[in-house]
Design a protein around this ligand. Structure first.
Ligand code: LLP
Length: 424
């Protein structure tokens, strides 16, 4: 990838190559590395905004709830707020980030299969827009919290639509065997609806389903939509209620490798869903990965080169996806031009585990050496948000770039931060 312009869809919109150096948001990676250290996650803010806009343009009459689990920071919440998106959170911690980012509580949807009583209470007190109920126990807890505050809490019921999407088993959530939601087939979802309708402290505003993540087949979304619409109509008929909203979750896939199959665009999904969902039902969607993944490039510094192994200064602690799911990434030399012939390398991290591989079978110039910067595109989703501290390695910062200006939106963790947790 030594071309002057980056056209492949795995790179952020503003990525350019000048004399062999990668620039994002008008700033070279060498300068970013010098200023912020490595590893560093570089997020193209305009690209994030453009991808949000693509969703709201494709679904002008729908609610777009960004799936915060993919990557969340108060600055991100600010962008969503400005762009008219809502936010899906799935824990008290994500709720706290939403608050820090001044998201109006009415635009927050609270997910999760085991929200604690304390999380529920905090969310009700803050005035969270909607709970997505995932069990009968939770239904009772939310009703109790709402009664305690003297409010009527808006809720959706999460339904298993019985759709087995073609994706990694860990990310498929629409089938009968998933832990998420209540079954349409066995009557659990219908019973939950009956109980919500009978509970004065709860207001049933919609039904929810999420069939999984990293899905390329629009037919799965269509099937889920058709089943959910049929279920919604049955529920309306049986309970004499009107259900305004159908939230069909997130999950639109993205390519991680250059030349990988094209991902469907939000507009393609819109076309499919328009045919399946009647006009009087308000749609909601929860894209995470398809907004943030390609906006962000992980930049590492090479520390050692040993045979085929190029070791960089991060690894499975900041990007657990290859080790956890066998996820494939590409990696390129990003700090200089090289005329050396390509060799076949494996980019590995610095963790004490053989499986700490970031990218395998990668073409890098044979003269790759310590001090070089390696860039890995498509690093925005489920990387920094899923990063840990294995081997006591502090987590990298996230730097947003735009029009030649860089801004730290998540600072680098320090060893001091880590030591602060120890008692004694
Ligand atoms: N809505 C719900 C209820 C979800 O559970 C998820 C993702 C989303 C929306 C957003 O889905 P997206 O558009 O980002 O695909 N850690 C895995 C992915 C787990 C997905 C969790 N749920 C990974 O690294 O690929």
């Amino acid at each position: 990838m030594a071309s002057n312009s980056v056209v492949d869809q795995v790179w952020p919109l503003s990525a350019r190559w000048t004399d062999g150096e990668l620039r994002i948001g008008g700033i070279g990676v060498t300068e970013l590395a010098r200023t912020y250290g490595t590893p560093v996650y570089v997020l193209d803010e305009d690209d994030f905004r453009a991808r949000c806009a693509a969703w709201t343009a494709a679904f002008p009459d729908a609610d777009i709830h960004y799936g915060g689990k993919a990557f969340l920071a108060p600055a991100v919440v600010g962008w969503l707020r400005e762009l008219g998106l809502s936010l899906d959170v799935c824990s008290g911690g994500e709720l706290a980030v939403a608050r820090r980012g001044n998201m109006p509580p009415g635009r927050v949807v609270f997910h999760g299969n085991n929200k604690s009583v304390a999380e529920i209470r905090r969310a009700v007190e803050w005035g969270v827009g909607c709970f997505v109920l995932d069990s009968f126990h939770e239904l009772d807890r939310v009703a109790r919290a709402a009664r305690g505050r003297g409010v009527r809490q808006a809720v959706m019921v999460r339904v298993k639509p019985g759709v087995e999407a073609d994706t990694h088993a860990s990310w498929a959530t629409g089938g009968e065997r998933t832990k998420f939601g209540l079954s349409m087939a066995s009557g659990g979802a219908a019973e939950a609806v009956r109980r919500v309708v009978a509970e004065p402290a709860l207001d049933l505003v919609g039904l929810h389903s999420h069939i999984g993540s990293q899905i390329f087949d629009l037919g799965s979304f269509r099937t889920a939509a058709e089943r959910m619409v049929a279920f919604l109509r049955t529920v309306e008929r049986e309970h004499g209620v009107t259900i305004d909203k159908l939230d069909l979750g997130g999950g639109l896939g993205v390519p991680y490798l250059p030349g990988e199959k094209d991902a469907p665009a939000p507009a393609d999904l819109a076309e499919v869903l328009r045919a399946a969902v009647p006009d009087d039902v308000r749609l909601a969607l929860e894209p995470g990965r398809s907004i943030v993944a390609a906006t962000t490039v992980a930049v590492y510094e090479v520390g050692t080169v040993k045979g085929r192994y190029v070791s960089v200064d991060g690894g499975m602690s900041d990007n657990p996806r290859p080790a956890t799911y066998g996820a494939a990434y590409t990696a390129v030399l990003a700090s200089r031009a090289s005329v050396a012939a390509p060799g076949d390398f494996t980019v590995v991290g610095k963790h004490c585990e053989t499986g700490d591989i970031l990218a395998d079978g990668i073409d890098l110039p044979r003269d790759v050496r310590p001090g070089d910067l390696i860039a890995m595109p498509c690093s925005g989703a489920y990387q920094r948000s899923a990063a840990g501290n294995y081997n006591m390695i502090p987590r990298p910062p996230v730097v947003a770039v735009r029009d030649g200006v860089a801004r730290v939106i998540v600072r680098r963790e320090t060893e001091e931060d880590l030591l602060r947790l120890y008692v004694g």
